[in-house]
Design a protein around this ligand. Structure first.
Ligand SMILES: Cc1cc2nc3c(=O)[nH]c(=O)nc-3n(C[C@H](O)[C@H](O)[C@H](O)COP(=O)(O)O)c2cc1C
Length: 178
């Protein structure tokens, strides 16, 4: 299936829906260039500083966090429902001990603009170059969110990635809608 360039907002609603349903797949590489994939359930897209941006939240305890600190580009990949088991696995085990690409038979394909690969079996892809990062500040966070999301601390670092390429399978809308 050919991957065609799309406006970054083209599959916004379906991307957010798949994020809420199973999660999206975030791919990073460290200084050594080895790709690792983890599931994300929180994030969004929009326009900041006049640029298209994908925002992801990563806790310091994740292997992905240390990889992102070494090499801050990332890709976000939207999985079809058939990949639900792989998405669950990538959100349960760590790349410190597991080669999740191999275990889940996910195929890394070179990106167009950034070092981390995309995942061939996914349907929509966003290549991102980090413009800014900051940490959730518990002193300014609503108590309800603090209680719900951070009982053990491990406050997310928020990465603002400029979307430098967005592309999708030609039948992305049909595949993700079903
Ligand atoms: C549905 C789902 C959504 C998740 N969303 C996030 C997220 O947005 N941020 C985060 O830091 N961890 C999130 N996690 C947890 C990580 O995916 C999980 O800890 C993963 O094993 C980390 O992998 P790594 O150590 O290879 O980076 C999520 C897990 C699941 C199952």
């Amino acid at each position: 299936m050919a991957k065609v360039t799309v406006p970054y907002t083209q599959h916004f609603a379906l991307t957010m829906r798949r994020m809420r349903e199973d999660g999206l797949l975030l791919v990073t590489t460290g200084a050594d260039g080895r790709p690792n994939v983890m599931t994300i359930g929180w994030g969004t897209m929009g326009c900041i500083w006049g640029r298209p941006v994908f925002i992801v939240l990563v806790r310091p305890s994740r292997y992905t966090y240390s990889r992102l600190e070494e090499s801050s580009d990332f890709t976000v990949n939207v999985p079809p429902r058939e990949l639900a088991a792989a998405v669950s696995h990538c959100g349960t085990v760590s790349g410190r001990e597991h080669d999740k690409f191999a275990e889940m038979r996910l195929t890394p394909v070179p990106s167009r603009q950034v070092r981390p690969p995309i995942i061939k079996e996914c349907v929509v892809h966003y290549e991102c170059r980090t413009l800014h990062r900051n940490d959730i500040n518990p002193a300014t966070l609503a108590q309800a969110v603090l209680d719900d999301a951070y009982p053990e601390g491990d406050f997310h670092r928020v990465y603002f990635g400029e979307i430098v390429a967005a592309y999708a399978d030609e039948d992305a809308a049909q595949r993700l809608a079903r």
